[in-house]
Ligand binder design. Structure first.
Ligand code: F6R
Length: 622
């Protein structure tokens, strides 16, 4: 987690750094800081705890800092509590770590990631006379660079590569050296980092939205590389210190995609962007009645030869996998396992070369998913990444990649990326079914045509959002909410429950409806809300029975079901109807009221919808 920015050019750095940090706040927001240099003068360091606004207030929106070169950081605590002293930037010099102002220090740095062997390195540095003011692994990292820099009298690039060889873990690093005014040095391993350039300025950032306002020309620095950045110029080095060249990529998305555009929250804006996210993703994979996966290097022969699919992901992306499993088994007849990435990587799952491991990730940087991808490759499986962020680590390392076309997602709780991921997985299931001869070309064409109706159906649900706004005001004081369903409806329940708990802080659980009576039903009390997903006709009666079992014990029932199932009103207290579609594709429609319910509940509780407590958008730590 954490967000990094850097700027060197002709303009005042402070406001540019703050602006970049404001677009990275989704990566962490328990404290923030900046270090800015004016020519040869000492770097001025300012930090503040809490949200970025405190740092902005402390620095007069960044204007109080003199200088045209600087680095900044927004933090999501890993080592050490979220205090001023632990906030970044960290420095190699002796100081208290909390006062604002010029700091006598050879090296100043910001870091995203975790240094696993920091305790051992700290011991070494203590033996060499270093003292420490914070509990962070970052201070150790900065002081280790300083140690090599001074001991061997080598330049910054060599001091950084020596440090990289010694540290274990993940990092994206931005450093300034007192002897190198106007320059920033950067390095990365398994944490995202990009460098943007324009004629007389260069930028460093964890993610594209931070610099999109200034430039569209970016370099994706590679794993285990170092960059030396000066105004308008960047050079790259490998671990041996040899210079490397990297391609310059032009970002094509619109800067307004990363702005709120009149919506109260990014989450609401992104919920409304789902019809386009679905349509763009679908258009990138299907033309007329045909599916095209050639760009991802996926051929008919490749699909026909697959015997098993393993889907590996975290959080909501894992829920997409839970839904996709039903389609892959049903349409393609391929045995499918769905694994949590944090578990998969530590298991020794027997894997053949006719297994396709699909890694689903919005950010493409989730540490567990990246590690799972590497484990799958080591185990000999073919790997496919379904990723939203172009050029991210997972996208670059997988054998095949299909991009979701959701555009930048800023709210911590995913919505449009989730919907776009569903489309990719539907298409994969249909293509696999066709390649294996399980579905005919007419059926394939029928499925594709039906998928083309999904964006409009989502729009129709969004038009009725006021009903959910009203209902959410009734549940604002709920203590527990249960989401239940069977089959695809269970996969939906998982997503509905996660959305609710992560942004409203109301405890909620998702249950396979038939499983409730094996223990959990004892938690049902008077007025406990039970949300039943009732989209699968073969399972409708069964789930409804499980819901009425809860009602008999005092539960208040909400049912989400296709238009026309009006008899549901005999059983539930509040019914929400969604347009009809092929039953395999209901997750794309049923998720919309679940997202809106969570959104309005969070708003009604007065919470920070886009940045819920304790979370970060991109989970780049294990
Ligand atoms: C929930 C949410 C998370 C992510 C998970 C994986 O709303 O957004 O559960 O789905 O952290 O992130 P990615 O998809 O970036 O790998």
């Amino acid at each position: 987690m954490c967000g990094i920015v850097g700027y060197t050019g002709k303009r005042r750095a402070g406001p540019i750094l703050l602006d970049g940090l404001s677009r990275l706040e989704y990566r962490g927001y328990d404290s923030a800081g900046m270090a800015v240099r004016d020519g040869n003068k000492l770097a001025e360091v300012v930090k503040a705890t809490g949200k970025l606004i405190h740092l902005a207030d402390k620095t007069d929106q960044g204007r109080a800092l003199e200088g045209t070169c600087g680095i900044g950081h927004t933090r999501w605590a890993t080592h050490g509590d979220p205090s001023l002293v632990n906030a970044h930037p960290h420095v190699s010099g002796n100081c208290t770590g909390s006062a604002s102002g010029p700091v006598e220090s050879e090296v100043v740095g910001v870091h995203n990631g975790i240094i696993e062997n920091y305790a051992e390195l700290k011991e070494k540095l203590l033996r060499h006379g270093y003292t420490f003011y914070s509990d962070t692994d970052t201070e150790v990292l900065v002081k280790l660079v300083d140690y090599y820099y001074n001991k061997y009298k080598i330049g910054p690039v060599d001091a950084i590569t020596r440090t990289m060889v010694r540290v274990r873990g993940s990092y994206a690093l931005g450093l300034m050296f007192q002897d190198y005014p106007g320059e920033i040095f950067a390095a990365r391993k398994d944490s995202p980092l990009i460098i943007g350039t324009e004629e007389d300025a260069s930028y460093l950032a964890s993610d594209v939205p931070a610099i999109l306002k200034y430039t569209r020309d970016v370099y994706y620095i590679e794993n285990l590389q170092v960059a030396r950045i000066s105004p308008g110029h960047v050079s790259f080095y490998d671990l041996n210190g040899d210079e490397r060249s990297l391609p310059l990529t032009t970002i094509t998305w619109d800067a307004s995609a990363a702005e709120k555009e009149g919506y109260e929250h990014f989450m609401l804006k992104e919920i409304h962007e789902q019809p386009e996210a679905v349509q763009n993703t679908l258009n990138s994979l299907a033309a007329e009645d045909e599916i095209h996966l050639e760009e991802a290097g996926i051929t008919q022969e490749f699909l026909a030869g697959l015997r098993e699919v393993d889907i590996v992901a975290c959080g909501s992306a894992w829920h997409v996998g839970m839904a996709a499993r039903v389609l892959l088994e049903d349409l393609a007849g391929v045995p499918t396992r769905v694994e949590l990435a944090s578990e998969y990587r530590y298991r020794s799952i027997p894997t053949q070369d006719d297994t396709l491991v699909v890694i689903i990730s919005q950010s493409g940087e989730t540490a567990d998913s990246l590690a799972a991808l590497r484990a799958a490759k080591e185990r000999g499986a073919a790997t496919l990444a379904v990723v939203n962020v172009v050029g991210s680590s997972i996208a670059r390392e997988a054998d095949h990649v299909i991009y979701t076309k959701a555009g930048p997602e800023i709210a911590v709780a995913t919505t449009k990326a989730y919907s776009a991921q569903l489309i990719v997985l539907y298409i994969l299931a249909i293509a696999l079914g066709a390649a294996k001869g399980r579905i005919t070309s007419e059926q394939k064409a029928g499925y594709i045509r039906e998928l083309r109706t999904i964006p409009d159906k989502i729009r129709r649900i969004l038009e009725e959002k006021e009903r959910l706004q009203w209902f959410s005001s009734k549940i604002v004081n709920a203590h527990d909410i249960f989401f239940i369903g069977r089959g695809l409806d269970y996969a939906m329940s998982l997503e509905g429950s996660l959305k609710m708990k992560e942004i409203s802080y109301i405890h909620s659980e998702a249950y396979a409806a038939g499983e409730l009576k094996h223990g959990t039903i004892s938690l049902i009390e008077n007025n406990t809300l039970v949300v039943g997903l009732l989209t699968q006709s073969a399972l409708y009666e069964k789930t409804l029975s499980n819901m009425t079992e809860c009602k008999a014990r005092g539960a208040y029932l909400m049912g989400i079901t296709p238009n026309g199932n009006f008899q549901v009103e005999d059983s539930v207290n509040f019914a929400l109807y969604i347009p009809r579609t092929d039953e395999h594709f209901f997750p794309s429609l049923a998720v919309i009221p679940l997202q809106l319910l969570a959104y309005y509940t969070s708003v009604n509780r007065g919470l920070d919808v886009d940045k819920p407590r304790n979370l970060a958008k991109s989970v780049t730590v294990e």
